[in-house]
Write a protein that binds this ligand. Structure first.
Ligand code: IMP
Ligand code: MG
Length: 185
């Protein structure tokens, strides 16, 4: 049995309690607000939104829906959590940012910044690919656990040092479908 299968088995034999933290209404309002700021800042530009899979999928989709400017969409798929509640700090890409990002304005779209390690690795990749500019749009900022200093250009909510799920965020691929964000008790 692989490690992630073992984790799944342990986690899903007992029912976990999810405590609601951010309602779908508050999320929606915030996403709209962030999209408004991006639309103004990138007027007459056509940035690439780089959705960081899988957690930022729903956030990215909603964000795009509120934008008033044309954008391109691309994906990066790092893996470091492997079904665990703590970051292992080892970041690999299952699907990396593409060379076509060269010379483009890139906005990294992340669900949550925790240690900042993933973002650090991603930004240096984008720099080495020759992105023209790089900004970060993240819905959640878990500042207490930051290891790598990062600048968050568009930020939704500061959140406590808890393991969060819902609105795309998962624990071993579960709970992504919750319309609100909550933490595991
Ligand atoms: P970092 O490299 O530690 O900043 O971790 C970034 C990634 O870890 C995020 O994009 C998430 O996918 C995942 N992550 C961090 N904290 C949480 C959490 O509380 N719930 C679910 N995923 C998380
Ligand atoms: Mg993520």
């Amino acid at each position: 049995m692989s490690t992630s299968q073992q984790v799944n088995k342990v986690k899903f034999t007992k029912k976990l309690k999810i405590v609601p933290l951010i309602s779908r209404q508050r999320i929606r309002k915030k996403v709209k607000e962030l999209a408004g700021r991006i639309s103004r800042d990138y007027k007459k530009k056509r940035p690439i939104l780089l959705c960081v899979l899988k957690g930022a999928l729903i956030f990215t989709a909603d964000l795009v829906g509120f934008l008033k400017i044309p954008v391109d969409i691309d994906f990066a798929w790092p893996s470091s959590y492997a079904g665990d509640q703590k970051s292992s700090g080892r970041i690999k890409f299952k699907y990396g940012p593409q060379p076509a990002l060269k010379g483009r304005d890139v906005i990294i779209v992340e669900d949550i910044i925790d240690t900042g390690l993933t973002l650090g690795v991603l930004k240096s990749k984008l720099n080495s690919l020759g992105a023209k500019s790089i900004r970060v749009c993240c819905l959640l900022d878990k500042k207490a656990r930051r290891i790598k200093k990062v600048i968050l250009d568009y930020k939704g909510f500061g959140v406590p040092d808890k393991f969060l799920v819902g609105y795309g965020l998962d624990l071993a691929d579960k709970y992504r479908n919750l319309p609100y964000i909550g933490y595991i008790k």
